[in-house]
Design a protein around this ligand. Structure first.
Ligand code: NAD
Length: 418
């Protein structure tokens, strides 16, 4: 059996870029500017803890590319985060924004910390100091953060307030994913799951899946997984399995999502739900379903299990859930993958709408946001699909080819200053 040798996250990101650059036939000069990071800032900063002690935290803000517009990217709070990972995620944001046609570059930020172990006041102090440390890079025309793993609308509100205090006036467009009360957008919370839903329905149409009731399994019943399950179930799919970090539940006849949600609220997880049998996260991935939605963490579908996946379609809700080595196995087996770069792009698309609404101080209703999201993400899906069919490459490589070409065009036409 083939064994995967693990490259670092940033090396993997560069490999994906190289593959797209090869298809395009990009010159060495053009590659050199895109293959590396434009700016990376590391900050070490002290925070007063509740017990009176002072603890020093490390954080980063990385901008990969800003040729097409201000940098855009989330902020992650997680104990295992590294500069290498932040660089990889910043590069992914450049391609994600370009793949769906947003006028943004790509960035990412992070603080190495476990937010679950911090009190609310410690989290606020950490956030405000981190925002101050990286403020030199931020602003509506420069770099606009958003939530990612471990951060949420409250954290975004604190960052917006901190930047506003420095400016002396409210700068609502400095951050997206804020609460609606402070310039957030309707529809933002569901946006990644709604985008994944629209694309799953388009892919089922394209694949001519005529199952009377297509079935689906969702790994990771968090923000993205829950929205996707709920919206696809409303669209007529039957959700047979879901999981969280402690394991999953399976009922081949379908899960009652309303009572599952009540159970989850009480128990803090999906495990032990009475109207289903327990299933491991590994077994969930190999269920005979029409649609599989990995919406938890990276590296879930690998060379080890790609040969046993039985889904017809994978909608990759989580970033990098499929490893580069597993991609060709799935492709050869005729399993259609809607890759992360577009599958979860609903989040950044509605973030873009939020930024536009803040800049013009004119807010849209949720129906308008959802209609615009549908338009932008479906257009991107068919552009990628046509590239995939015409060039006989998989959907992920096709998305990268379109994205890299757009960023290369912008870089070329701008020229080199001075
Ligand atoms: P979340 O924290 O709300 O949910 C994650 C879920 O996965 C939880 O149910 C958790 O218990 C589960 N989980 C964690 N580790 C697991 C494991 N090893 N096996 C199975 N389940 C596990 O996070 P989220 O915001 O839903 O993000 C999920 C993925 O989607 C991440 O890769 C994230 O980067 C990506 N994403 C999120 C957004 C967004 O706006 N929330 C946007 C784009 C991409």
């Amino acid at each position: 059996m083939a064994v995967e040798t693990r490259a670092s996250a940033f090396q993997t990101a560069q490999q994906r870029f190289d593959a797209a650059a090869d298809v395009i036939g990009l010159s060495d000069d053009a590659r050199s500017g895109l293959r590396d990071i434009k700016r990376e800032l590391t900050v070490h900063f002290p925070v007063h803890m509740d017990d009176g002690s002072v603890r020093v935290f490390t954080g980063w803000r990385v901008q990969h590319n800003i040729s097409r517009g201000p940098a855009k990217g989330g902020i992650r709070y997680h104990p295992d985060v590294t500069l290498d990972l932040v660089k990889a995620l910043a590069m992914l944001m450049t391609w994600k924004c370009a793949a769906v046609g947003l006028p943004y570059g790509g960035s990412k930020g992070a603080v190495a910390c476990d937010p679950m172990k911090l009190s609310k006041s410690e989290l606020e102090h950490l956030t405000r100091r981190y925002a101050t440390e990286i403020a030199i890079l931020l602003g509506p025309e420069k770099d606009i953060p958003a939530p990612d793993m471990g951060t949420n609308p409250q954290v975004m509100a604190w960052i917006m307030d901190t930047i506003s205090m420095h400016a002396g006036h409210s700068v609502t467009a400095s951050v997206t994913g804020k609460p609606v009360d402070v310039g957030g957008s309707e529809g933002r919370v569901d946006a990644p799951g709604r985008g994944a839903t629209y694309l799953t329905l388009e892919a089922l149409k394209y694949l001519h899946v005529d199952d009377e009731t297509p079935t689906m399994a969702v790994q990771g019943y968090g923000q993205v997984g829950r929205s996707t399950a709920r919206l696809l179930s409303e669209a007529g799919l039957c959700v047979v399995a879901v999981s969280d970090s402690r394991g999953g539940v399976y009922n081949p006849k379908g899960l009652d999502l309303a009572s599952l949600e009540e159970h989850r609220q009480v128990r803090g997880g999906v495990g032990g739900f009475k109207k289903a049998e327990n299933i491991s996260n590994a077994d969930l991935l190999e269920l005979p379903v029409t649609v599989l939605v990995p919406a938890a963490v990276q590296d879930q579908i690998t060379v080890e299990n790609a040969g046993r996946i039985r889904a017809r379609l994978i909608t990759e809700g989580a970033n990098a859930a499929v490893t580069p080595e597993a991609d060709p196995i799935l492709h050869d087996r005729g399993i259609f993958v809607v890759p992360d770069i577009i599958a979860n792009a609903g989040g950044v698309i509605v973030s873009y709408f939020e930024w536009v609404q803040d800049l013009q101080a004119f807010f849209w209703e949720e129906e308008e946001i959802n209609t615009k999201l549908h338009h932008v993400i479906t257009r991107a899906f068919y552009e990628i699909l046509h590239t995939s069919v015409n060039k006989r490459i998989d959907m992920r490589l096709a998305a990268y080819v379109l994205a890299v070409q757009r960023v290369a065009n912008a870089t070329l036409v701008r020229g080199i200053y001075p």
